[in-house]
Design a protein around this ligand. Sequence first.
Ligand SMILES: Cc1cc2nc3c(=O)[nH]c(=O)nc-3n(C[C@H](O)[C@H](O)[C@H](O)COP(=O)(O)OP(=O)(O)OC[C@H]3O[C@@H](n4cnc5c(N)ncnc54)[C@H](O)[C@@H]3O)c2cc1C
Length: 626
Amino acid sequence: MYVYPKKYEVVVVGGGHAGTEAALATARMGLTTLLLTMNLDTIAQMSCNPAIGGLAKGHLAREIDALGGEMAKNTDMTGLQFRMLNLKKGPSVRAPRAQCDKKAYQFRLKWVCEQENNLDVKQGQASAILHKDGQVHGVETTFGIQYHSATVILTTGTFLRGLIHIGLNRQQGGRTGEESASGLSASLKSAGIELGRLKTGTPQRLNRKSIDFSKTSPQAGDEPVPFFSFWADDLFHVEHPHKSGTSNIRTAYPPGSILDRLPGQLPCYVTYTTEKTAQIIRANLDKSPLFSGVIQGIGPRYCPSIEDKIMRFPDKPRQQLFLEPEGIATEEIYVNGFSTSLPYEIQVEMVRSIVGCENAEIMRPAYAIEYDFAFPTQLLPSLETKACRNLYLAGQINGTSGYEEAGAQGLMAGINAARRVHAKEPVVLTRDQSYIGVLIDDLVTKGTTEPYRMFTSRAEYRLLLRQDNADMRLCDIGFDVGLLPPRNYRQFQNKRTRISEEIQRLTSSRVNGQILADILKRPEVTYRNLPSNNPCLTEDEINQVETEIKYAGYIQRQEVEIRKFKSLEQKPIPESFDYDKVLGLRTEARLKLTKIRPVTIGQASRISGVTPADLGLLMVWMKRLG
Ligand SMILES: Cc1cc2nc3c(=O)[nH]c(=O)nc-3n(C[C@H](O)[C@H](O)[C@H](O)COP(=O)(O)OP(=O)(O)OC[C@H]3O[C@@H](n4cnc5c(N)ncnc54)[C@H](O)[C@@H]3O)c2cc1C
């Protein structure tokens, strides 16, 4: 055993999407940080589709950006195709989505981590957490190296006792081609953390040269490119050689945008399964580890395998699939919508039954993976474990699925670990403030028994939590905690001023006797065709002015609801409150409240099985017991 001589303030275990956000956050907040990960070459690897965003996930990525995180910037620099989904629908369900270059995404984020002051990046597999008297003080690796630290953030993704299934064959692994992490699960259990088992899956990667794209329909990216980051201009100005008008080869790679190396955005392709696909699947269901019961872990209902879809919708003649490029320096094509765990030989037949893929060659087979996760109700809203002080968990280890869900938790765990070191109160985002707040509140209050993915329907105040106003909601917090750089914060403040001045002008000025804001409220009127508008506003600012005015009635109604709800929501429950002293409390409520230990009445109200009557009783007794 060897104790590394440098004592860190934070050790982050795992360099995936949660781990990189966590490590960058703590380092940027001034803490000495170690990012310890099993393989340096897979930092920020996209295990599944190299795509960021989409409904609700795009909202999360924008919120990460507003707080000072890295995901949106990395997407902008490495995206191959960008779209704004649901442009024809209401503003609450519009969401950015980008197809990224898998290797570039991973490579740039590794580079960003390496450049960061205060951040050491090291290869090693944590096999145990070091803890004493209910408090963590470091980690130990499989090679017997101990790294001591004030706080530890675990972000181990799908790697804890990972078991990969292709048909009835199985082998250990955290992703195909990578070993699983075996020791850490036992160590977590010894620290009092209860683990469960979940599963997820990924489709095949096909060789581009073997696909007949003429039988499919191309889907182009949007122009102008709807970048993810609020600071995209700044990013390109600083780092982008073409847009800044200079040709600085030294900074062109890795930070230069991948679009520099392309004549334009790359298309994705829409195709379909056929009746033959369904026949092959039905005939071979007994060979699926999911249907034969070999897989014990629970999979995501919303991201079903192709065999699930065919069995659940037997009358649907075909299923839509997307053929998506994985990068500019590879021929690999991701078959979006075709995840399966059927045997390889059946996969070959299935793939060749897809329109345009009659001669397709599989480069990587589809597979399913089972892994250990920690029941997230064991966490405080700061993402610190209740069982072990100064130990934080973030990402897939908490039962979620998705890069954005992982990144959001990583960022918050990082912020809160840093605040613990500085002896400051944790930052807990609320449900009316952000999707990140909804995500973490759902996890720590309701828990999850299947991989949790964010949906817009999970948020009560969708009209307030739009992707376009994530900066308005969160930049103040990002700056206050010391994460959002002052330069970006100043840009944001200027934007906020321009928007509010313009709303003020529109609501107080008249043209031909009519208030401008009232004219803009008419469905056929846009900001640009108002009789008087400000040509200096950016597209983003115009969007916000339009939404705030056109939807003012709905927005105000949601704000009233929030105010009513807040008085109760934020009422704190003392940490040591003894639920056994609440006479008349139903046993189910008593057990759940004691287990979850909600920090506010609002959180208590969302625990399944806790009724309004229980809450009434609880509040009476909180007053009585002082
Ligand atoms: C097969 C598969 C299919 C998926 N399908 C989807 C999908 O369809 N949709 C979707 O949204 N998401 C999907 N995901 C999930 C998505 O990849 C994850 O949600 C996301 O990557 C989670 O991020 P994370 O940071 O929590 O973990 P990961 O990205 O898994 O990163 C974990 C990191 O921790 C490191 N690590 C693990 N244990 C240790 C240890 N003991 N010591 C040191 N380092 C360690 C690993 O090397 C890795 O770098 C899929 C994942 C897999 C594997």
